[in-house]
Design a protein around this ligand. Sequence first.
Ligand code: DC
Length: 226
Amino acid sequence: MSRVPVITIDGPGGSGKGTIALRLARALGWHLLDSGALYRLVAVAALDRGVRASDETGLARMARKLDVRFEAADDGVAVILEGADITDRLRSHQTSEMASRVAALPSVREALAERQRQFRQAPGLVADGRDMGTVIFPDAPLKLYLTASPEARAERRYKQLKEKGESVNLSRLSQDIKKRDERDSTRAIAPLKPAPDAHVIDSTEMGINEVMDTIHKLIKESNISH
Ligand code: DC
């Protein structure tokens, strides 16, 4: 039986994955999974309910039960947690820190794994994250690993946050990115790394259109039906 096709896009924060994944999903008419948003949601819920990063069992229980909806919005996707639109809180410094901590907990990852696989629906899925190609969809017919220099990534995040009206400091952001990269790549479970069969794209010197062209070429070369 042929399975619903998945294109996985993994890589560090600020590599442009989110934008690229959204564009690609729209271009193909496929579903989109922003798996980082799930970890961020657990973080927001934990902060709101006073569940600590050290309470792995409590966090995993919460992750299993979260009432989450993703709704199409003009500028991307709106995230609804228990009926409240929390999209604007997802990318804050506090949420990012907590998300990186909860993402290192095996029971939380396990609790979110099945939820992520449920996004695999016809006609296809574009899955954005850290372990999409290595752990969640190891049989994906096309795996991409998008990266960029830490400096370029810090600058992209800086612009993103500024546009949202957050007061940000570039050097602090740069330090945060390095710290999170370190935590995400060295954790024992599902560390950030390219799958052996992933195509690595370094976008440091590339614009979005160039990255999209490269990906469309790879799609043509692979045997993905759509
Ligand atoms: O991609 P992002 O910045 O929204 O991810 C938020 C955090 O969740 C980040 O610290 C990495 C982690 N994450 C993960 O461990 N596995 C994923 N599939 C996606 C994100």
